[in-house]
Design a protein around this ligand. Structure first.
Ligand SMILES: Nc1ncnc2c1ncn2[C@@H]1O[C@H](COP(=O)(O)OP(=O)(O)OP(=O)(O)O)[C@@H](O)[C@H]1O
Length: 585
């Protein structure tokens, strides 16, 4: 029953619909009491030879009126109760989605997408069933059951009623026992479904890699194993679920036996008429549904309760990186001061960054180089406030980045990540992502700046060509340049290119950087790259190694130092020479 209390807020919200629906349901329960009584009267009139065609027509007419009324009322209670439960699903779905969209990357790092999707589908549907079918079974079993028992006791015989109810406590004991078992098995089944969901999502997203490595058979076997596991766990649920009906039918059967035996005795003693016994047994038949419903109620409630707990747990995960109370509501601009003494990713022992200090004046370009895993992207993640909890301060303009509203900080930064993502939409929509109503000229201007305009014109539908998962396949370099154009649409104070030119050739890279420099004279740019030509002209270059800065300066200064940067530069010059077919003497 706890789950109904937990859902109290929703029932309050849709009070009118539930009250209306439940009143209709109670009226149907009362109408249901009429036919058995009518049958009893007719049988007694037949027995005493008092039945006339006039009285028969009266009884038949009454049953028809009851049937029509019950038809209308049933329609409305279904509409009210099941209809309302849809709003609960909508409400929870939206809450979850809003919550998901507020969570920081570390939240997604700790959870699997398939699992989150299972919460948003299976769990919500189980809770919806509680607010629909659950409410119905609870109310119906109580009202129909209650009214029928009252009608049996008051209008027929209270002693026979008590006798017929003797087996009922057995019902309560067995259904509650099965319910507990069901809860455990259902939890296992849901967890298995989450695993399967996760596997499906990962296999579909990674299908290209799976095929390239010829792992389809292994992948399918893996999938089949998980799918079998889901079936196995659901079979366990079904086995317990299947015990409800036979148990309840057995107990009701026992009731029938008692009522028939004692009823016959009462007729013999002249306490009851035959019509009364027929009516009594018809009432007893009416008790089957409320009892079954009662059994089902445990099932629905257990599922709903387990699912609601999981959803609540997810919603209660705090938003790690949130706005401060008096957060500044303006876009930051100005100089950047990055001063981090130490930073560890959540749950990690080792520092990802330590003693990383640099300053960047507005309009300057910073180049970050270093071996893979040296901490380049980690610097950017801190700047974007994707992670917090470092020792130090990062300032953008006059304030620390955590003083600004998160949305304002992000609006000031155009970020082109390494793992660029294009939506399943047209090229135009992908570029104009921040404002789909942007005019064509602006979209074309940024596309030209990113040197992707000519490529787009060559696509079959130009800017209307659909890209992403459902669309045409683009080369890595084309995707990178569309991502750059999308970031440029923001006219950001700070543009961050995280190894975003790795897939374009050196000449295109040079042209893009040149036009960016011209178009963004007063704005700041940060470029991380493995290719030194991309950062050669930066105002400041930092060389990262194992999480810290090992060299800092301009290209000329670093060359003079003859350290790591110098070595990397020499090596890349050599590589270029070899690529061009030159030799080393
Ligand atoms: N979200 C994360 N959680 C835990 N550790 C992380 C996370 N992101 C990065 N790291 C770790 O931090 C270190 C620095 O990674 P980072 O991505 O900053 O390197 P990088 O210099 O950008 O490398 P690359 O050139 O390959 O992109 C690595 O050891 C990496 O495993």
């Amino acid at each position: 029953m706890k789950v109904f209390l937990k859902l109290g807020w929703f029932f309050k919200e849709r009070k009118k619909e539930y009250l209306f629906g439940l009143t209709m349901l109670a009226l149907v329960a009362i109408l249901n009491l009429i036919p058995p009584k009518v049958i009893g009267y007719v049988i007694d009139e037949i027995g005493s030879r008092e039945l006339t065609s006039g009285s028969l027509a009266k009884w038949v007419g009454l049953i028809i009126v009851v049937a029509i009324l019950a038809y209308i009322l049933r329609y409305y209670w279904r509409l009210m109760i099941f209809g309302s439960s849809n709003y609960l699903a909508k409400n929870l779905r939206e809450k979850l989605f809003r919550h998901f969209s507020k969570m920081s990357p570390s939240f997604y790092q700790q959870r699997r997408v398939g699992d989150l999707m299972a919460h948003a589908t299976n769990d919500i549907s189980a809770v919806q069933q509680t607010a629909g079918g659950g409410v119905l079974t609870l109310f119906d079993s109580v009202t129909t059951g209650g009214f029928v028992i009252l009608a049996m006791a008051i209008t027929i015989d209270w002693r026979l009623t008590l006798i017929a109810l003797i087996p009922m406590p057995l019902m309560a004991i067995s259904t509650s026992y099965y319910g507990k078992l069901l809860h455990l098995k259902f939890r296992d089944a849901q967890a298995a479904f989450s695993d399967l969901n996760d596997k499906t999502q990962e296999s579909i997203s990674g299908i290209k890699v799976i095929k390239t490595f010829g792992q389809q058979r292994e992948d399918t076997e893996d999938f089949t194993r998980l799918s079998n596991d889901v079936v196995e766990k659901n079979m366990k649920v079904a086995k317990i679920d299947s015990l409800f009906d036979p148990t309840i039918s057995l107990i009701i059967g026992f009731s029938f036996m008692l009522s028939l035996g004692f009823g016959a005795k009462f007729i013999h003693e002249g306490i009851m008429s035959i019509g009364d016994l027929v009516a009594f047994n018809t009432y007893l038949g009416l008790l089957v549904w409320p009892m079954l419903a009662f059994g089902m109620l445990f099932n629905i409630m257990e599922r709903g309760s387990a699912s609601y707990d999981r959803i609540e747990q997810l919603l209660s995960v705090p938003v790690e990186i949130d706005d401060k109370e008096q957060a500044i509501d303006v876009k930051p601009n100005g100089d950047i001061v990055f001063s981090v003494n130490d930073f560890k990713f959540p749950g990690e022992e080792a520092s990802a960054l330590y003693n990383v200090h640099f300053e960047l004046k507005q309009g300057q370009t910073l180049g970050i180089v270093g071996k893979t895993g040296s901490g380049k992207t980690s610097i950017l993640k801190l700047l974007l406030r994707e992670f917090e909890g470092f020792d130090g301060i990062i300032k953008f303009g006059n304030y620390s980045i955590d003083e600004y509203k998160k949305i304002k900080l992000r609006e000031a930064i155009g970020y082109v990540p390494q793992d660029h993502f294009l939506f399943s939409a047209s090229v135009y929509e992908n570029i104009a992502f921040i404002n789909p109503k942007t005019d064509k000229e602006t979209v074309e201007r940024v596309a030209k700046l990113a040197h992707i305009h000519d490529d787009i014109l060559r696509f079959s539908d130009g800017y209307d060509t659909v890209v992403g998962e459902r669309g045409v396949s683009l080369s890595g370099g084309q995707k990178q340049r569309i991502s750059i154009a999308r970031a440029l649409m923001m006219q950001p104070e700070l543009l961050i290119l995280d190894d975003s030119l790795s897939a374009v050739d050196a000449k295109t890279e040079e042209s893009i950087l040149k036009s960016l420099k011209e178009a963004r004279e007063d704005s700041t740019t940060i470029i991380t790259s493995h290719r030194l030509s991309a950062i050669e002209h930066a105002h400041l270059i930092i060389v990262m190694h194992e999480g810290t800065i090992v060299e800092k300066g301009t290209h000329d200064e670093l060359m003079e130092l003859q350290g790591r940067y110098y070595e990397m530069y020499q090596l890349q010059q050599l590589e270029q020479l070899v690529e061009k077919g030159g030799g080393v003497s």
